[in-house]
Design a protein around this ligand. Structure first.
Ligand code: MN
Length: 246
């Protein structure tokens, strides 16, 4: 690949008010690097113009994991005590998704990032799988992040299936929330055995929006999990060199 075609992939990070520190698992940066993207970490900002600038300079966006979204954002009252992400991060990422979508740039959302993509575009969440879907399995695995705990079934004909070319995949699982109502322009592309939505994607053919409920960045030694990051980078390159199929 020509060096000047390396796209800039913006990666969101966490913020904690108590320590006044930003944080990000290295695995996300490593996954983008391995997929031949140039990772840059996007600090959450409150200024709209600065956020617009961030959206303008990136070629693609990676929304990372974290705690929970405030339920009032998707029109619900909290039904349990949630461990929420900082309001600055929440506001920033929801608005950033909308800006990046307007620019038609590709987005990959992981875990919270998948949920946030859905909420930003008008969907809702189960606030707690255990409370609201008592017959579902636990999606909070006890084994290590690099180990898998359940199978995901991938819908044939979906964009996800085009990327992975398999109908099932072993994944890890670290979420107590899940997609409830899917945003109008998105559709489910993978499910767990218990019916929990494990991946969402755009219905449109002229853009790339993909939400993954597991943590593929921890499993990139398996080429199938790395392929998700490669797909983001490839879409970013297409956009960058202006050869995107219309
Ligand atoms: Mn899961």
């Amino acid at each position: 690949m020509a060096k000047n075609n390396v796209p800039i992939i913006g990666i969101t990070c966490d913020y904690k008010e108590k320590t006044k520190k930003y944080s990000l698992n290295r695995a996300y940066v490593e996954a983008i690097r391995r997929a031949n993207g140039a990772p840059i970490i996007l600090a959450p900002v409150e200024d709209i113009l600065l956020r617009q600038k961030q959206a303008n300079i990136i070629d693609g966006l990676l929304l990372t994991g974290g705690r929970d979204i405030e339920p009032t954002v998707y029109g619900e009252q909290p039904i349990l005590k949630l461990k929420k992400i900082h309001s600055i991060r929440q506001q920033h990422e929801i608005e950033l998704v909308k800006l990046v979508c307007e620019l038609n740039k590709p987005i990959l959302g992981i875990c919270l990032g998948c949920q946030l993509l859905n909420v930003a575009l008008g969907g809702t969440l189960y606030q707690d799988i255990k409370m609201q879907l008592p017959t579902a399995s636990s999606h909070l695995q006890k084994n290590k992040r690099k180990e898998t705990s359940h199978i995901v079934y991938i819908k044939e004909g979906s964009k996800l299936h085009q990327i992975l070319k398999v109908s099932k995949l072993k994944t890890n699982s670290f979420h107590h929330q899940a997609i409830k109502k899917i945003a109008p322009n998105l559709r489910a592309s993978a499910y767990a055995e218990d019916g929990i939505i494990e991946a969402i994607e755009t219905k449109k053919d002229d853009c790339f929006l993909l939400g993954i409920q597991w943590h593929p960045e921890e499993l990139i030694e398996n080429p199938l999990h790395l392929a998700l990051f490669e797909a983001l980078v490839e879409e970013a390159i297409k956009l960058k060199i202006g050869k995107k199929a219309k």
